[in-house]
Design a protein around this ligand. Structure first.
Ligand SMILES: C[S@@+](CC[C@H](N)C(=O)[O-])C[C@H]1O[C@@H](n2cnc3c(N)ncnc32)[C@H](O)[C@@H]1O
Ligand code: SF4
Length: 409
């Protein structure tokens, strides 16, 4: 049924699930750390997990590596070094490979960042969220404004020339002026990339139960306009719904994800997507770190797997690729899905007739209206009962809390 002219690029996602404490808005597979994180046991489990997955990707090179969480910066540089050495011994990659690690400003010290750099991390993604003390408090963050400023300086001093800052807007009781002030401060720190997320209320989070007073959708829309303008004026080009980069500083791992590339996902709750000769398989690992550590590297460490149907593949490709500001070249669809473009021509025509995208044999692009009504646009390519899932927004190869087994962004 599927016919792939060539295999897609491959990246590797590694999930480290512990945090100092759990933020009330967060539905990532992350857990408050006990006094001691079992770094050695978890690193060993990751390596067994990788060994078990390797036959699925024999002979393929990786194009990017991303260590996400959780708060990976809680791990020691020695553990990260051991992990990266094990990856190097098992998978081929170029010296220029992008290797990202997520860091929390509350877990920064100069030696640690220097150690990460020496271990081979060459891109840091720092979770700032906001600079306002009152907002940081509401968000349950473990750091203050000053910690974030210091984190950036420490990253530069340690030799990181590729740094992303995560910011959120649409926060409880946030005014447009406050959101703009946060972004101005972030830009003033000179990052290479900014991920600007609208706060969403996710099921199974504290915020879902407490319902903090968020600005309504219209206010958020008004809030967004000056943010986007400031980013553009400051040299950050939007290339995805939430991602803005300086020249040549796009996140290669996430781009591969949005272009429906392949990835191995190792670690508790991590998802992988692998293209075979005639099918695409998703697989996901056990979520609970304790169970994962016992079973990783055996078939029991895999919580589930699934061969995607034609409907799944079309929906997932569109849900990723239409998030890209420039859309995608038309030939990417058959290349990555193994399906002919003719299968979606009617839907493309209908989206074009509604002014949501433009398309020809060269490129398929969301219009300004399509970007604003992205969920409506995506729904055209999803089965009716799955329209709600078009709302997924973050790039992340890890299962969400607590038992939803859907492939997440
Ligand atoms: C897995 S976290 C990694 C960073 C690190 N754990 C931290 O928080 O500092 C990735 C990013 O997702 C964003 N995020 C998490 N939950 C969100 C939500 N409910 N709405 C919008 N953005 C969210 C935050 O900006 C966060 O930095
Ligand atoms: S937002 Fe980051 S620090 Fe907070 S709980 Fe989630 S993963 Fe941990």
């Amino acid at each position: 049924m599927f016919n792939f002219p060539k295999l897609p690029p491959l990246s590797l996602y590694i999930h480290l699930p512990w945090c100092v404490r759990k933020c009330p808005y967060c539905d990532f597979n992350s857990y408050r750390a006990a006094k001691e994180i079992p770094e050695q046991a978890y690193t060993d489990a990751l390596i067994r997990d990788l060994d078990h997955d390797l036959p699925r990707v024999w002979g393929r090179r990786i194009q990017a590596l991303f260590i996400g969480g959780g708060t990976p910066s809680l791990f020691s540089p020695e553990s990260i070094d051991a992990l990266l050495s094990a990856v190097r011994a098992r998978l081929a990659f170029d010296a220029s490979l992008e290797v990202t690690l997520e860091a929390n400003p509350g877990t920064v010290d100069a030696e640690r960042f220097k150690g990460f750099r020496e271990a081979g991390i060459n891109r840091l993604s720092i979770g700032i969220q906001s600079f306002e003390p009152e907002k940081l408090e509401v968000l349950g963050r473990i750091h203050g404004r000053e910690d974030s400023l210091v984190a950036m300086e420490t990253a530069r001093t340690a030799g990181f020339d590729n740094v992303n800052l995560d910011l959120m807007y649409g926060l409880p009781r946030q005014t447009p002026e406050q959101a703009l002030a946060d972004l101005e401060t972030a830009i003033g720190m000179g990052p290479d990339h900014i991920s600007l997320y609208q706060l969403t209320i996710e099921p199974n989070t504290v915020f879902h139960a407490t319902r903090p007073p968020l600005p309504d959708e219209d206010s958020v829309w008004v809030m967004q306009q000056p943010l986007q303008q400031l980013l553009a004026e400051s040299g950050y080009r939007q290339y995805e719904v939430s991602a803005y980069a300086r020249e040549a500083k796009h996140c290669q791992h996430n781009l591969n994800y949005w272009r429906f590339g392949d990835y191995l996902g190792i670690g508790a709750g991590a998802h992988g997507k692998i293209t075979g000769a005639r099918d695409i398989t998703r697989l996901w690992k056990l979520k609970q770190p304790a169970a994962y550590m016992v079973r990783a590297g055996t078939t029991d460490g895999i919580a589930g797997d699934q061969h995607l149907t034609t409907r799944d593949v079309i929906a997932e490709f569109m849900m990723n690729a239409l998030r890209l500001t420039e859309g995608f070249p038309a030939q990417l669809f058959p290349e990555r899905t193994g399906l002919p473009l003719s299968l979606i021509v009617d839907k493309l025509d209908s989206a074009q007739a509604r002014g949501l995208l433009t398309w020809d044999v060269h490129a398929i692009r969301p219009t300004a209206l399509g970007k604003r009504l992205l969920n409506d646009l995506l729904c055209l390519f999803l089965p009716d009962d799955e329209c709600g899932s078009a709302k997924s927004s973050l790039a992340c190869n890890v299962e969400k809390q607590p038992s939803d087994a859907s492939a997440s962004m």
